[in-house]
Design a protein around this ligand. Structure first.
Ligand code: ADP
Ligand code: MG
Length: 156
């Protein structure tokens, strides 16, 4: 597991952009963390890094949205799993692109991880708790790679 402190929203976006340079079609990222933690902000950075079309907004009401790449790369499939029962339901959603050919980022995805055999990145974002009033923007990010696709050296 890689852990890092992200001091503000701009740097969460930048983290997503950096992460995108490691991503390719078929990759799956499960994001966890409370409402307002920064899951969508991170995904926006990933979208920017992948060079996708369209604003990356929270897919709360549509469950999933596909953003084609403008630069010939993998499309971004952005999923909100908050109201999703399980992985089967995700596979049933019509997202215009198969998960094999997309980078798939699932907000509230941690609940789906149980029983998933495949390789994935699990990213948990926490608001830092503490007395420091000037640290309201600080987030703690823990990145765990599952499967041989994600060895730790690669993530550093
Ligand atoms: P989530 O998708 O987890 O509900 P969002 O990304 O939609 O969260 O919202 C996070 C909010 O917190 C945004 O308004 C963002 O500007 C703000 N914010 C402040 N500090 C940070 C940070 N370090 N990382 C990410 N977002 C931050
Ligand atoms: Mg969100």
């Amino acid at each position: 597991m890689i852990e890092l402190d992200v001091p503000d929203a701009a740097r969460m976006h930048a983290l997503g952009e950096r992460l995108a340079t490691l991503l390719c079609a078929g990759d799956l990222l499960l994001l966890g963390g409370d409402l307002g933690a920064g899951k969508t902000t991170l995904t926006q950075g990933i979208g920017a890094g992948l060079g996708v079309r369209g604003p990356v907004t929270s897919p709360t009401f549509v469950l999933a949205r596909t953003h084609p790449s403008l630069v010939g790369g993998a499309p971004l499939v952005h999923v909100d799993a908050y109201r999703l029962g399980g992985w089967d339901e995700l596979e049933d959603i019509d997202v215009d692109a198969t998960l094999d050919e997309s980078v798939t980022v699932v907000e509230w995805g941690e609940g789906l991880a149980e029983g998933l055999a495949g390789e994935r990145l699990e990213i948990h974002i926490d608001r830092s708790v503490g007395p420091a009033a000037d640290a309201v923007d600080l987030r703690h990010v823990a990145v765990t790679g599952i499967g041989s696709r994600w060895d730790e050296d690669q993530l550093r």
